[in-house]
Design a protein around this ligand. Structure first.
Ligand code: ADP
Length: 628
């Protein structure tokens, strides 16, 4: 026998399990049964090529009221000593660390049972109800001795050889005094029914019943219906069934919509997909997300991460696909290359997108809530799935200048509200709504009452490079290139700007020279109605936000210069022109021009390069303005 210490993170996790109070401890059984079913899935998969390994697959629950123990056993794959140490003592993916982070970030509240399944730490939930856990296991197909793992959930666990004739795993819980309810067979039946009914293997428990003649007998009873939920007619599946299956797939949480799919013909498959209500907590930890969908072939479990079945931008959709046309007797890897998967993926993508469209039309408020959760992910498709870009364009929603904070509109809604004179669709990208609203580039649109879409997801910057048209209208950034307005307004504003360019030609040249290191051009434009100036990117140039992002990714960027646009109607311009005439004001004029530029940098969400110079100039200005 040897005693080994737990990894620190497990220790922390165990502390949480043992010392906290939970509202829903029942889920420990769901986790243990799920592990048992996974173990049988694996054994059954091996038996596909080695039929001699086949047996009557089964999960057993045994209760012992006197010893106060609960046992969950399976005849699945089992674990060797190495595997047991690896799986139950070290958490390979350091799941607990992420788990703890999710907890301490506060986003998860205190709903620990909800989090357990998502981070692959389900086994440890046993310590919510037990003060000692004994795992005895014998590996299938390998000539290794059975092994026993025992722990009281403190510093360490013990490993020893065990005497177990059959392959599989037995998990024995010594229940805490306050967990005596789990010795009641009715209670156990109820929990299994609630959480594990669809498990494909019989979950058997010996139950005492009274015979007709009054004598007692103990008989094995199967607690679950074992019906693969995705093969049942949709009309027969209750909301509770869906909820429990969804929790099984995603490790907890609630679903918003269930989408059953039944495809017939040359490519037969059944699928049951779910759109979650909320982004799962583990979404920020990509290594804990199961990518893709679960794949079954003729009801035999193949893998729970088949990425080929769904595009990355629908990664939040959880579910199973059961195909009758894929071959069963090839390896997982080869199977994943089968072109049939591509066809299933296409059908699934199209179904999910069309369902989302329906929901957008029928349940607008709920859809907006959905989009706020998952829009960031869905928009990836706008960027990388051209075959579905038209559908995704319809599904996208944005806040807008004329709408309230939080209210969202689709491109179609934007277009239908456009005044007749407006030719293009306008948008602005920014880190937040308030930053967007502070941009001087919006001034002229505001004064004309035109709406402007406000895009605040980082992905928008990328998407807008490829999303250039909707409904034969161009999508135009208000902070890039030439002023975009209807032809008539543009004409008169451009004429004014041209005139100002002539009137202030000397000033423009002077500023250009002063700021030659920082801007590529200085010009007047009709974009501004209130601010003296702003920076705009060239038509195909980077804006401040994109530049900041690329720099943060360590990309070697050539210094990009933007265009400084001036507002001829602003009194400051006139003052500067006068200062220019006054030969004595050389230094002051230079300072003022630099301040003007720095202000424009701040307005577009950029960072001032020479902060010390900025505050020196600003202080000097304040002194001058306040001295008598
Ligand atoms: P998860 O099941 O999400 O991976 P767990 O903490 O529940 O996380 O289990 C950790 C690992 O221990 C599993 O991935 C599996 O390899 C192993 N394991 C747990 N229970 C069993 C079992 N009954 N049979 C075989 N292996 C098991």
């Amino acid at each position: 026998m040897s005693t080994r210490k737990f990894k620190t993170e497990i220790k922390q996790l165990l502390d949480l399990m043992i010392h906290s109070l939970y509202s829903n401890r029942d889920i420990f059984l769901r986790e243990l049964v799920a592990n048992a079913a996974d173990a049988i899935d694996k054994a059954r998969f091996e038996a596909l090529t080695k039929p001699e390994l086949n047996r009557e697959w089964q999960i057993r629950i045994e209760l012992d009221k006197d010893a106060k123990t609960l046992v969950v056993s399976d005849n699945g794959i089992g674990m060797s000593e190495e595997e047991i140490v690896e799986n139950l003592g070290t958490i390979a993916k350091s799941g607990t660390k992420a788990f703890a982070e999710a907890l301490s970030s506060g986003s998860a509240g205190t709903d620990i049972p909800e989090l357990i399944g998502q981070f692959g730490v389900g086994f440890y939930s046993a310590f919510m109800v037990a003060n000692k856990v004994e795992v005895t296991s014998k590996r299938l197909g390998e000539e290794v001795a059975a092994v026993k793992w025992v722990s009281t959930g403190e510093e360490s666990y013990e490993i020893s050889q065990a005497d177990k004739p059959d392959t599989g795993t037995q998990v024995k819980l010594y229940l805490k005094d306050d967990a005596a309810e789990y010795l009641d067979s009715w209670r156990i039946s109820e929990i299994v029914h609630k959480y594990s009914d669809y498990i494909a293997y019989p979950i058997v428990m010996a139950k005492e019943s009274t015979k007709e003649d009054g004598s007692k007998e103990i008989k094995d009873e199967v607690l679950n219906s074992q019906k693969a939920i995705w093969l049942r007619p949709a009309s027969e599946i209750t909301e509770e069934d869906h909820q429990s299956f969804f929790a099984h797939l995603s490790g907890g949480g609630k679903y918003w919509k269930a989408l059953p799919i039944s495809a017939e013909g040359t490519n037969e498959f059944k699928a049951l997909l779910y759109i979650p209500e909320k982004m799962p907590y583990n979404f920020l930890f990509p290594e804990f997300q199961k990518k893709g969908l679960q794949l079954y072939v003729k009801r035999v479990f193949i893998t729970d991460e088949c990425e080929q079945l769904i595009p990355d931008y629908l990664n939040f959709v959880k579910g199973v696909v059961d195909s009758s046309d894929l071959p069963l007797n090839v390896s997982r890897e080869i199977l994943q290359e089968n072109p049939l998967l591509g066809r299933i993926r296409k059908a699934i993508t199209s179904k999910v997108l069309s369902e989302l469209k329906k929901l957008q039309e029928k349940e607008r408020d709920n859809y907006v809530r959905f989009f706020k959760e998952f829009g960031k992910i869905l928009k990836i498709g706008l960027y990388n799935d051209f075959s579905n870009q038209d559908k995704l364009k319809e599904l996208a929603m944005y806040e807008s200048l004329n709408g309230d904070a939080g209210a969202m509109i689709s491109l179609a809604e934007y277009v239908s509200a456009m005044p007749e004179t407006q030719e293009d669709i306008y948008y602005i990208t920014a880190e937040s709504r308030s930053k967007a609203l502070a941009s001087p580039a919006l001034e002229v649109y505001r004064s004309k009452g035109y709406d402007v879409l406000i895009m605040t997801d980082p992905i928008d910057e990328w998407v807008m490079q490829v999303l250039t048209q909707y409904d034969k209208k161009l999508l135009k950034s208000v902070a890039k290139g030439d002023l975009e307005l209807d032809a008539e307004s543009r004409k008169s504003l451009e004429a004014e700007a041209e005139q100002a360019g002539k009137d202030y030609a000397e000033l423009v040249n002077y500023i250009k020279e002063e700021l030659s290191e920082h801007v590529s051009e200085v010009r007047f434009s009709g974009r501004l109605t209130e601010s003296p100036c702003c920076l705009v990117a060239e038509e195909n140039g980077l804006n401040a936000r994109m530049e900041k992002f690329l720099k943060s990714m360590n990309q070697d960027l050539p210094e990009s210069k933007r265009i400084l646009e001036l507002n001829a109607k602003h009194p400051l311009i006139k003052l500067l022109a006068e200062e220019l005439k006054d030969a004595a004001s050389g230094e002051k004029l230079k300072d003022n021009i630099r301040l003007l530029y720095d202000q424009a940098v701040l307005n577009e969400g950029g960072e001032i390069e020479d902060l010390a110079g900025f505050s020196r100039r600003l202080s000097a200005l304040m002194v001058a303005a306040n001295s008598k």
